[in-house]
Design a binder for this molecule. Sequence first.
Ligand code: DAT
Ligand code: MG
Length: 150
Amino acid sequence: PKNEVSFIMVKPDGVQRGLVGEIIKRFENRGFKLVGCKMMSPSKDLLETHYVDLKSKPFFPGLIKYMSGGPVVAMAWQGKNVVKTGRSMLGATNPLDSNPGTIRGDLCIDVGRNICHGSDSVESGKREVKLWFGDSTEDYSLCTENMIYE
Ligand code: DAT
Ligand code: MG
């Protein structure tokens, strides 16, 4: 329901390319609620826990190196169906397969520089928000809520 959360992160290349505002804007404009946001340089431990499911992949060491290459902007977004909708707003993992109109399909080219992360299931949304924010997300209501939800 409306309290579903997704962990959305602007990766180091997205930060360097000045795309933080663009990515936030798309989620804000859609009507989702920002409940957590911080710039940080994640430790290798945090990144390895975050990407634990990919540990055996050949690209894993390169992924951790890329993700350690500079600060990221970690965010928690809340709203109805935000996980699935967030994934479709991001586009396919490989930007060359991402449709125009999606964040990746409009703004990047290589899979190893795909500028943003989004949780892939409601369970991973919960897990990732907890991992990156602990209990420190904000609980508030938007005054526009009745304009966004019927
Ligand atoms: P997503 O980020 O779309 O959830 P994922 O969880 O499968 O995709 O992989 C995490 C990240 O790892 C992805 O955003 C970019 C990198 N990655 C995935 N597949 C890759 C590949 N075949 N080669 C290089 N990097 C890859
Ligand atoms: Mg993933």
